[in-house]
Design a protein around this ligand. Structure first.
Ligand code: LCS
Length: 403
């Protein structure tokens, strides 16, 4: 079901129906995987019009398809669904979260522009800004976005983007999205938010005033750990520019099969997210009361420093938490080596529980001093709490902490 009607419906209905209608040709109830690279034009003029439309961002492709790097019906179904879920005008799917993030920066930023980013980003996103954006002449700096004065103080005349995750990976720090939007207002600065941890089920940054939302759809959106994928959501003009100026030239397209996997995953997003959150809260309480644990980072706990902020801008707290053991790195290592149900692996948002050590894996690219300054200590353990029976997750952690 497409646009106007579905936008007035509830979130769970949108997850099932938005962007997807029975196939007009065959009646197929499920969106087919359009496993094709190219599309027949009706005639030469039709081909010419499609190319002209595709390269005119004010128009975009509406009258057919050209070549799957420019768009594909399975991919477009996913884009329409996510645009509705994130309450944006349009969306563009990518081969990974990093393809989405890098493409958004490549569209917005030119040499000499300043990017101000939070000091606690997924390691590769931070590394992309330093290794690639700086190499092409952008100025990149980092500050702690949870203190809004830091953002105000760090803005320069050349600032073009404010970029952050909320909550952050893996410290679960939350940023006041409305306050950042206020700082950017009337300054021709785009606010770009990575909403991977919350998903549109819990938080809609565009409604809070952000310009662009990015996701690693690899995580909760797909939900089953079987597709690397990403998506960006924003105004129709921004997304059309992203498609024709960056996506088409860089080529980070999602495959039709992976788009279909994300579409399938999204149908159960609300039930999964409710269960992830319920289990994460129970596990957070268990860890908090365990004598071997020194601290727990979960924004659903009332003592979390930004508990009130997340409550003011999101309808939930998500399914990821991180914690420190009193025995530091050695104790964390022992725990991660002894779990039997939880899998020791990177990634998050899968239906089953994943445990990992950020300092030596996902955030190893961040120089140690900066990592520590951002609270990502050597002893920090990250847990993506799955939707198994929570008693089984807890008993696995318990035996790992006791061994
Ligand atoms: N944004 C966030 C918040 C992420 O956690 C990740 C990946 C990305 C973007 C990049 O997405 P990808 O290209 O992998 O689809 N985070 C990972 C993590 O914490 N462990 O492994 C990957």
């Amino acid at each position: 079901m497409v646009d106007d009607k579905i936008r007035g419906m509830g979130f769970a209905t949108q997850c099932c129906h938005a962007g997807q209608a029975c196939d007009p040709l065959t009646g197929a109830h499920n969106t087919p995987i359009y496993q094709t690279t190219t599309y027949a034009f009706r005639d030469v003029d039709h081909g010419a019009k499609l190319f002209s439309d595709a390269f005119t961002p004010e128009i975009g492709l509406t009258d057919g398809y050209i070549y799957t790097r420019f768009g594909n019906p399975t991919q477009n179904a996913l884009e329409e669904k996510v645009a509705v879920l994130e309450k944006g005008e349009a969306a563009l799917a990518f081969s990974s979260g990093m393809a989405a993030i890098s493409s958004v920066f490549l569209l917005i930023v030119k040499p000499g522009d300043h990017i101000l980013a939070d000091n606690s980003l997924y390691g590769t996103a931070r590394d992309f800004l330093i290794q690639i954006m700086q190499k092409f002449g952008a100025i990149v700096s980092f500050t702690d976005f949870s203190e809004i004065e830091n953002v105000e103080k760090s803005i320069r005349n050349e600032t073009k983007v404010l970029y952050f995750e909320s909550p952050t990976n893996p410290k679960l720090k939350c940023v006041d999205i409305r306050a950042v939007v206020k700082v950017a207002r009337n300054k021709n600065i785009k606010v770009v938010v990575d909403n991977t941890f919350m998903t549109p089920y819990f938080q809609n940054p565009l409604v809070l005033g952000a310009d662009v939302v990015v996701h690693s759809a690899t995580k909760y959106m797909t939900g089953h750990g079987d597709s690397i994928s990403g998506i960006a959501i924003g105004s129709r003009l921004f997304i059309n520019e992203l498609r024709c100026l960056v996506h088409n030239n860089m080529g980070g397209v999602i495959s039709p099969f992976n788009a279909w996997l994300v579409l399938r995953g999204l149908k159960t997003l609300p039930v999964r997210m409710r269960m992830h959150q319920q289990n994460a809260m129970t596990v957070a309480e268990f860890l908090k009361s365990h004598p071997a644990v020194s601290s727990v980072n979960y924004p659903g706990l009332p003592e979390h420093p930004q508990h009130d902020i997340i409550k003011s801008q999101a309808s939930g707290f998500g399914g990821v938490l991180s914690f420190e053991l009193k025995g530091g790195y050695d104790a964390g290592k022992k725990l991660m080596n002894s779990v039997k149900l939880c899998t020791l692996a990177v990634s998050l948002g899968d239906v089953d529980t994943l445990i990992e050590h950020p300092a030596s894996t996902t955030h190893a690219v961040v120089p140690r001093e900066e990592r520590i300054a951002a609270g990502l200590t050597d002893g920090l353990v990250r847990l993506s709490v799955g939707i198994e029976d929570v008693e089984d997750i807890i008993s696995d952690l318990k035996q790992g902490l006791e061994e």
